[in-house]
Design a protein around this ligand. Structure first.
Ligand code: IVH
Length: 677
């Protein structure tokens, strides 16, 4: 606690400096994807700022990066009226309709030739941002186009939205764009919700909309929303064309679409549309079409708008890709935590570039809602979508004897133990710790890339070893090296593949504590949670002894996680398993943060090409463990590019920029790497 006497007399310059630095690093990380400092160094800056603001509450301002973590909940959102209405776009679905649009534009411009700009139509939630004197003052939803909700507190938590504009060219403006969510974030949140028996969301847009409606911005801060800017209005500079506005938006600190193309004809527009109809499935987020805009702002003014849509822009909507097939069966899948999910077994059908033969049906409620019956003709779809889904039934084709489906109440594994449904959850669980199907998933998870990363022990091998009685629990993996003869008797095994697996098993003993904890497969303990737990309690003894309340005191650890950890550690079978793994030499202590090496502090590495001694992920972990930063792209700030075999464009860029290029061996020497024997 600071007394009045030692309170810094003027913390203001340091606070300003910290804010400037943090906002710059936010931009480098979230907008440019070119971070310069390690997460740890970033956290240090933020913590110092938080401390200073705590001591000097009068100096807290709305553009301080500390405001990104969210604040006290609000009762109701205030209504905001939009000075320029937020319009929506008319939709088109065919070349003919695009031609009609082009004709209308040309007629209205009385012969002047328009240039169009094509860009991606992000499938999220429209947002209007107002900046006053360079500072984010308001974030408002579209509402009915005239009046929306003031969601400023929620918007401030979105890291890619600048709290202060860059440069001094523009101080007062309105910026519009789309708030959206990456597919990966969406899937992670939904998986957790599903595992917890909470409501899941149909797509990233619904989850984004639901998140922005949260009254408590601290929840929003955890959801990792993204922003893309596509519209600017300001009197601070002359605006001439939409395409240059997009460049200007980027200059003043906003993420803008990587795919913006000026097109002089309908042919060129249709080419852009066709290209993205294929490529859209490779994007890490959802788009639902293409927006076609007249580039010249003078032309836009002349065209004006009718009703709620501009006459200078239209949307071309992509159809969800649909196909009809037959629901041949509904089987049950058992997850590693025992959750039992129904799966649609479909007659294999080609859909948007892949063959679909299975799709999750989530739970009984989902099946009831669609009224799915085995033998039904069903519609499956992929709407630029993350995962294909069964979206409907062709009832007219239903056989008279098709009966509603009911979830069996026994596990589908040979032990057929009874299933349980916890109060208030939609999911059924198998609680049998000896269930071989759960074992299989647990072992797959344990050996997987992000967990223990055991090379040579894949899904097929695991299934084979379970059938042969060689794997009955996780620690049996470490007994496999002594089972050479039994393994070599099995199909597809040769001395070479066996030796490779043994090397993989041995190498996994070098995995750090948090990876081991993640690998155990404790319910709700994902990679991030495992790191948090191991940082707060850097030994298995501490974790095993921890009570619910001890765990709840750790930031970000809620009731569900705490209860799950306590339940796992309290189970005698698990305690035996942990002991057995300990005996084999797995790492069950974490390094206290202060003991970590800082050899590479301030040094940024980019790895490229094929590494031979370590995997790229391991190399990046080594860098981070030594206080350095591993980045995905080369810039002037990169300290070293480590180039393996067949390095391509990154190596070239390093050479152009004069960034030192070193070999994998030189890198390993630099970090004093000792292979685990
Ligand atoms: S321009 C007056 N550009 O689509 C036109 N909109 O129905 C203003 N959207 O409400 C919108 N990506 O939420 C524009 N590149 C893009 C867009 C985009 C997504 C959304 C936006 C708008 C809706 C149109």
């Amino acid at each position: 606690m600071q007394s009045l006497f030692d309170q810094p007399t003027n913390a203001s310059p340091r606070i300003d400096e910290l804010r400037r630095q943090i906002l710059r690093h936010d931009h480098l990380y979230y907008v440019e994807a070119q971070p310069e400092i390690s997460d740890r160094d970033y956290d240090k800056l933020l913590e110092e700022l938080q401390d200073l603001e705590r001591q000097n509450p009068d100096l807290v301002t709305p553009d301080s990066p500390t405001q990104r973590v969210g604040g006290a909940p609000v009762g109701q959102f205030a209504a905001v009226s939009h000075s320029v209405p937020m319009l929506s776009l008319a939709n088109t679905y065919s070349r003919e309709e695009v031609e009609d649009f082009d004709r209308r534009v040309r007629e209205a411009l009385e012969g002047a030739a328009p240039t169009y700009v094509c860009e991606l139509k992000y499938d999220g939630v429209a947002m209007s941002l107002t900046y006053s004197n360079g500072v984010l003052a308001l974030g408002a939803t579209r509402g009915d186009g005239q009046t929306g909700d003031d969601v400023t507190a929620n918007v401030r938590t979105i890291r890619s939205i600048p709290l202060r504009l860059h440069g001094s060219l523009i101080a007062n403006c309105t910026v519009r764009g789309e708030v959206y969510m990456l597919n990966e974030t969406f899937m992670k949140i939904n998986e957790t919700a599903e595992a917890q028996g909470d409501k899941t969301f149909a797509n990233p847009r619904n989850l984004t909309a639901g998140t922005l409606k949260q009254k408590d911005s601290r929840h929003v801060a955890k959801r990792q929303l993204e922003f893309i800017a596509y519209w600017l209005d300001t009197r601070d500079t002359d605006l001439v064309r939409h395409s240059t506005n997009v460049e200007l938006l980027h200059t003043i600190g906003f993420p803008t679409s990587p795919a913006v193309r000026r097109c002089g004809s309908v042919d060129e527009v249709m080419k852009f549309i066709a290209e993205w109809d294929e490529k859209r499935f490779d994007l890490p987020f959802q788009i639902d079409g293409i927006v076609i805009k007249v580039d010249s702002l003078r032309h836009q003014d002349e065209l004006g708008f009718i009703a709620r849509s501009p006459r200078w822009a239209i949307a071309y909507k992509y159809e969800a890709r649909k196909a009809e097939t037959v629901l041949e069966d509904i089987t049950l899948q058992v997850g590693r935590t025992g959750v039992v999910t129904p799966v649609a077994e479909l007659r294999p059908t080609a859909l948007a570039g892949s063959t679909i033969s299975r799709a999750t049906l989530h739970n009984q409620d989902y099946i009831d809602e669609l009224d799915l019956r085995i033998g039904d003709a069903v519609v499956i779809e992929k709407g630029g979508d993350v995962i294909p889904k069964v979206s409907g039934v062709v009832v007219a084709k239903r056989r008279a004897d098709a009966a509603p489906w009911h979830m069996p109440h026994v596990c589908p594994c040979p032990r057929a133990s009874a299933l349980h449904r916890p109060e208030g959850e939609a999911n059924w669980y198998c609680n049998d710790s000896l269930c071989p199907w759960q074992l299989r998933r647990r072992l797959e998870h344990f050996a997987s890339r992000d967990a223990m990363d055991i090379d040579g022990l894949g899904e097929k091998a695991i299934a084979q070893f379970i059938d042969a009685g060689l794997l009955t629990c996780i620690s049996d993996i470490y007994r496999l090296p002594q089972r050479r003869e039994q393994v070599l008797e099995l199909d597809r095994w040769a001395p070479k593949s066996f030796d490779k697996m043994v090397r993989g098993i041995e190498a996994s003993k070098g995995q750090p504590f948090h990876r081991v904890i993640y690998a155990l497969g404790i319910r709700f303990v994902g990679e991030g949670v495992a790191k948090v737990l191991c940082k707060a309690m850097p030994s298995i003894d501490q974790l095993m002894k921890a009570h619910h309340e001890d765990l709840r005191k750790i930031p970000d650890i809620g009731d569900a996680i705490a209860a799950s950890v306590v339940a796992y550690m309290g189970e005698p079978d698990n305690a035996l398993e942990v002991q057995a793994l300990r005996d084999t030499g797995l790492c069950f202590v974490g390094e206290a943060p202060s003991e970590l090496s800082q050899n590479l502090a301030g040094i940024t590495f980019v790895f490229t090409g094929e590494l031979t001694t370590v995997t790229r992920k391991q190399a990046e972990e080594i860098v981070e463990a030594n206080g350095g930063k591993a980045s995905g792209s080369v810039s002037k700030k990169t300290s070293y590019v480590v180039a393996g075999a067949e390095a391509g464009s990154k190596l070239k860029k390093a050479q152009e920029l004069g960034v030192p290029v070193i070999t994998e061996a030189a890198f390993l020497e630099m970090v004093n790497y000792q292979p685990t024997s």
